[in-house]
Write a protein that binds this ligand. Structure first.
Ligand code: ACO
Length: 322
């Protein structure tokens, strides 16, 4: 059995920045409320027509550059997204075509904010079982397109973006373990209106927008992420002191702080991008990872705990020797 190791990281953020003050001009909220309750100062919003596939391609190219590989070297593409450009074909297939390659497996996984962790866990298993040797793993979302701009409890939270890694077969770990979970009973707390069964158009099903009972989601997220920290450390026979960096899903600074507290990690060992990016859904973990790799905080050989929680509910983690 091989291990999978991360060879390169990349990301992409749309040019346009939306500040809290701009949102306060649209709904009854304030910069102060948003900063205090979420830690978000701003978020990026993709341009009209700039979809998940385009952003995913840009992040993937940056990751391949960092890894020193070209598209022809890739034999698997797994893309986490909840905002595919079309219901089908998969956005991973679109990215494959944009990269000018064909033949390798390419598919999307849909686990909302846990999308990248799910994609990484799946791709890792392909590599461990020697079904692939070099994979592009991408998380990309334009969650801004799934928002009710009159709902102040959701429209302030989300941003658009993409992040990617190249993982490769190796004799040494690498990804030490990955852990994926879901509990579909929580659908009423977090879902998008509308349904393919109803025809999926505005007239029959209403607009496809995010509906969330934020405070209920918050409580389950904190509890669940605490449990996944324990599970991940136990699976590797490690104590919490072994973790050099926490790279959490960036939904809310208070959720991130609670997980850091559980690990007793000081906040300067936690990668926080929620202030600048907001919640970019499947892109949030790889965007945070790439940010801290490129600014030199994360170094080769360090142990990283990646974790996420999102709609489904889904949640998961990966322990990585970088
Ligand atoms: N501005 C001002 N007031 C607001 C805003 C706003 N933007 N949004 C809500 N409020 C009000 C509410 O109406 C409520 O007012 P009331 O007391 O008069 O009824 C009050 O603020 C408190 O509302 P809560 O929902 O209890 O606020 P909370 O402190 O829980 O913060 C938030 C809300 C930020 C959504 C938080 O609950 C959260 O981050 N939840 C988790 C989100 C998450 O992790 N989602 C999973 C990933 S997302 C995905 O998978 C798609």
């Amino acid at each position: 059995m091989k291990y999978a190791s991360i060879k390169g990281t990349g990301s992409y953020l749309p040019e346009k920045i939306v500040t809290n003050d701009e949102l306060a001009a649209m709904v009854d909220t304030s910069d102060e409320w948003i900063r205090e309750r979420t830690g978000i100062h701003q978020r990026h919003r993709s341009a009209d027509g700039e979809g998940t596939g385009q952003m995913a391609e840009a992040a993937a190219r940056h990751a391949m550059d960092a890894a020193g590989v070209s598209p022809e070297d890739i034999d698997l593409i797994v893309l986490g997204t909840t905002t595919p450009d079309r219901v089908y074909p998969a956005t991973a297939c679109q990215v494959q075509a944009r990269l000018g390659i064909a033949g390798c497996a390419a598919f999307d996984v849909q686990a909302v904010c846990s999308g990248f962790i799910y994609a990484l866990g799946v791709a890792e298993k392909f590599i461990r079982t020697e079904s692939a040797t070099r994979a592009l793993v991408i998380g990309a979302d334009v969650h801004s397109r799934l928002l009710d701009w009159a709902d102040r409890s959701t429209c302030i939270l989300f941003g658009d973006g993409a992040g990617a890694v190249v993982i490769e077969a190796s004799d040494e770990p690498g990804i030490m373990s990955s852990h994926l979970h879901a509990d579909g009973r929580y659908e009423p707390l977090l879902y998008v209106d509308g349904s393919v069964a109803d025809g999926y158009d505005a007239q029959s099903a209403g607009p496809a927008v995010t509906r969330m009972q934020g405070n209920e989601v918050f409580k389950v997220a904190v509890r669940t992420l605490g449990r996944i920290v324990d599970e991940t450390l136990a699976a590797n026979g490690l104590k919490r002191q072994a973790v050099d960096w926490l790279i959490p899903h960036q939904a809310n600074l208070r959720i991130i702080q609670a997980t850091a507290k559980k690990l007793r990690l000081p906040m300067d060992r936690v990668v926080v991008t929620v202030d600048k990016h907001g919640n970019t859904s499947a892109a949030s973990v790889p965007l945070a990872l790439d940010t801290a790799v490129r600014d030199g905080r994360i170094k080769r050989g360090e142990i990283l705990l990646l974790e996420a929680f999102g709609g489904g509910f889904t949640w998961g983690s990966a322990l990585v020797r970088f």
